[in-house]
Design a protein around this ligand. Structure first.
Ligand SMILES: [Fe+2]
Ligand SMILES: [Fe+2]
Length: 439
């Protein structure tokens, strides 16, 4: 902002019809550093005032033609801010007071004057003038600054609005990217867990079941969505380290393994962690994978962690894993598996996890496929229709998972499925839910 602070001159105008008086005044004031201009009449004085700033005007009252009071009043039109002083003899004091009352003069000085008094009066007049100018300058400055502030605040508001719009847009884009990233990660994980299931048919859906059951347990326990997501990722990949095991060992139960095979088997949690540790987003999940065979009593592997030193997520996966194996490897019923789990609490499993497991198991494994108004039918790929719901997982002939149970079919996934069957034909058809028709 410009600095227009007023630079006040020390110009004084003296008006008197006596030349010698003007001369002596000029000497007196010039010696004090004033710029002095003089006029022999009111008319000449008015001419001199035009176009120049003159802070102080001093006029004799008694002059031929225009009186001092008249001159001072007229000078207000040309120099309204100047401070006016009238010089007057005793006989003219009344006229001088009249001039003051009408606003033409600031004060009067009696003739003959005392030089130092007059210097003081003029100095005070100059100070008064400076004060008025300074005050005017500050008022204008304040108004200008207020205007600027108003402008800035409007611009700022506009900028903030624009910025908010930009941020909202960027946020939306980020969200989209995040969702895409998430979907990709889920697909990668499904492929990875599909790989291990491909090696061992007995593991069909095991990772999926463990992930589903662990997620439900985490939900029942009120864990945060972030912790739940980590648990789901770890559960899906918990046995990925088995990929290095021999084909024969893969088909055996733990009890059937030879000492060498057992030693290999016990490496799978650490190998699993190593496989996914290169992905930063899966590192937390990797820790849970490492510890999914720890036992509550410290007799598990690989680190023989005990009780609360085992990560909670790993204990949840351990229980979900054990429970799914009881159902699908030992072919127990849900009730029998729950009873079996009860006997292993505090040794292998954390007793605090039984209630969340029981609730999740009853919801997840007691299916609704036999609902009164639905039945399951087996169709060939070409008979599939948009909107149908899968009642079982769909796999290619060699067991590669293509679509999960409960997927709603659309033209895109029907096409994927058809191409999958063409490349790797399955002996069975595709199982879907159909509404029963009443006869
Ligand atoms: Fe395992
Ligand atoms: Fe497992």
């Amino acid at each position: 902002m410009e600095n227009n602070r007023p630079n006040i001159s020390k110009r004084v105008l003296f008006v008197d019809d006596e030349e010698n008086i003007l001369r002596s005044l000029k000497r007196l004031f010039m010696a004090e550093g004033y710029e002095v201009i003089t006029a022999l009449s009111g008319a000449e004085g008015l001419t001199l005032l035009k176009g120049t700033e003159t802070p102080v005007i001093i006029s004799d009252q008694r002059m031929p033609g225009m009186s001092g009071a008249e001159f001072l009043e007229k000078s207000r039109e040309i120099a309204p801010d100047s401070v006016r002083i009238i010089l007057t003899g005793h006989a003219d004091v009344e006229a001088a007071i009249g001039a003051i009352n009408r606003g033409g003069a600031y004060r009067y000085v009696s003739k003959p004057w005392n030089n130092s008094d007059l210097l003081l009066v003029v100095k005070e007049a100059l100070d008064k003038y400076s004060l008025v100018q300074e005050n005017r300058y500050l008022t204008e400055l304040t108004l200008r600054q207020n205007e600027e502030l108003k402008k800035w605040s409007t611009e700022l508001e506009f900028y903030v609005q624009q910025h908010t719009i930009d941020l909202t847009r960027q946020n939306k884009e980020l969200k989209k990217l995040n969702e895409k990233f998430r979907r990709n990660l889920e697909e990668i994980m499904a492929s990875m867990s599909g790989l291990i299931e491909l090696r061992n048919r007995t593991m069909h859906s095991h990772s999926h079941n463990v992930a589903k059951l662990a997620a439900m347990m985490a939900g029942n326990m009120g864990l945060s969505s972030q912790d739940t997501e980590t648990i789901i990722m770890a559960a899906q990949l918990h046995d990925i380290g088995k990929i290095g095991e021999s084909d024969i060992a893969m088909t055996k139960t733990v009890a059937e393994l030879s000492a060498d095979e057992m030693a290999e088997y016990m490496k799978h949690p650490v190998r699993g962690q190593a496989v996914i540790d290169c992905m930063e987003d899966l590192r937390e999940a990797g820790i849970l994978v490492r510890h999914h065979h720890e036992w509550y009593n410290g007799k598990g592997f690989p680190d023989r962690l005990k009780a609360d030193s085992i990560p909670l997520g790993a204990m949840i996966i351990s229980l979900a894993d054990g429970f799914d194996r009881m159902l699908h490897r030992e072919l127990r019923s849900v009730e029998s598996a729950l009873n079996q789990v009860k006997t292993m609490l505090t040794s292998q499993f954390d007793a605090a996890l039984y209630a969340p497991l029981e609730k999740a198991a009853r919801e997840f494994f007691i299916t609704t496929t036999s609902a009164d108004d639905c039945m399951e039918v087996e169709l060939t790929a070409k008979d599939l229709k948009d909107g149908m719901v899968l009642s079982r997982d769909v796999r290619t002939g060699t067991g590669l998972l293509m679509l999960r149970k409960n997927t709603i079919l659309n033209l895109k996934n029907i096409d994927t499925l058809t191409r999958g069957f063409h490349l790797d034909p399955s002996k069975s058809g595709v199982f879907v839910f159909m509404k029963k028709t009443r006869t």
